[in-house]
Design a protein around this ligand. Structure first.
Ligand code: KG4
Ligand code: ZN
Length: 324
């Protein structure tokens, strides 16, 4: 079964052709990152307009790369939620129009489910034993899921305020680093001392939840104190130490809750998905923590499947439609 999937929930215009849920025949992505770098963040109206311009080319390119015509496709899928509404509507209306035009089913996909099933891309349908835990960390969401089957997932914990990627981006902005802040912060953190500043890691009533807003405020107060309320700029050393300390605080929370969920549900495999999973410090901490508990850490087969892409939407669409 060949699915043409479309992803336009945020600032990536992507279309992919996926065969039987796991085989990636094509996965085309046009990023709007350079455009949003000018404003230091995603402007929803601009994102939607850019999707409308790019998508007709991107979905045709995805078909061409797969060596197929639209009439060869068995079903059309799109991310319908969560995301920026104007942006989502571009992908959804395009996929629905194609489904009407070619008289094939339309499959609605939840973006988070796309991230969850991104670890299956370019692997076998039976690659992983259920249940497993998935940590989804990106600019828009930070959640821990218990994955019981392709059709049954339970949300165990999530952020009560900012997503981890959002915290990375906002703290990077405070430190004067360019957009997108996560990779920029991770880069300068390499030269910093993660123990230099003691930053708060929120402890919540529901232990598997997260909160990153207190950390953000703590970094803001610290920068104000260090710069005498903006009388002088931060030094390179201060920026590196603040970046390393903030990165350690965010990643410690992610690792602690992941390990807690593995133990609580007696599960031995953790999947790490979403844009923030590109963070090397997080990968190193999770590798060590899972090894200490004799657990496996699984990442998507390629880094491109961690950030927003339509291939993962095609995988989730297939598992839902084929009733796996
Ligand atoms: O999954 P994604 O591409 O888009 C959303 O669904 O949000 O994730 C993007 C997020 C951004 O916040 C970006 O700063 C963060 O992932 N990110 C990183 C790194 N690479 C991307 N955060 C920390 N370290 C990185 N190396
Ligand atoms: Zn995402």
């Amino acid at each position: 079964m060949k699915i043409l999937a479309i992803e336009t929930s945020c600032d990536e215009t992507s279309a992919a052709v996926i065969e039987d849920g796991v085989k990636v025949l094509s996965n085309e992505i046009a990023s709007q990152a350079d455009l949003h770098a000018v404003t230091g963040g995603v402007v929803p109206e601009i994102a939607a307009r850019e999707h409308a311009i790019a998508l007709p080319y991107i979905y045709r390119q995805a078909l061409e790369k797969a060596g197929l015509k639209a009439s060869d496709i068995d079903a059309f899928a799109a991310t319908t939620t969560p995301g920026l509404i104007g942006a989502l509507l571009v992908g959804t209306s395009t996929a629905k129009t194609l489904s009407h035009l070619y008289n094939k089913p339309f499959i609605s996909v939840n973006h988070i489910k796309g991230h969850i099933f991104s670890t299956y891309l370019e692997r076998e349908l039976n690659s992983f034993k259920f249940p497993f835990i998935t940590l989804t960390v990106s600019g828009g969401h930070t959640q821990i899921w218990l994955i019981n089957s392709f059709s049954n997932q339970q949300l165990l914990g999530e952020t009560q305020d900012d997503a981890a990627g959002e915290a990375y981006d906002k703290i990077a902005k405070m430190l004067g680093l360019p957009y997108p802040g996560g990779p920029a912060l991770a880069k300068v953190a390499r030269d910093g001392d993660q123990r230099k500043y003691k930053l708060p890691i929120a402890k919540l009533d529901k232990p598997l939840n997260f909160s990153f807003s207190g950390l953000k405020t703590a970094v803001l107060y610290l920068t104000q104190e260090l710069t005498n309320s903006g009388e002088r700029p931060l030094t390179q050393k201060e920026i590196a130490d603040l970046a390393a300390s903030a990165q350690a605080a965010i990643n410690t929370a992610l690792v602690e809750n992941s390990v807690l969920s593995l133990k609580k549900h007696k599960v031995d495999t953790l999947h790490l998905v979403g844009g923030v999973s590109a963070n090397l410090d997080l990968q190193a901490r999770l590798t060590e923590a899972t090894a200490n508990y004799n657990c496996n850490l699984v990442k998507p087969a390629k880094p491109i499947y961690s950030t927003d892409n339509a291939a993962m939407i095609g995988a989730a669409a297939y598992f839902d439609f084929a009733n796996c």
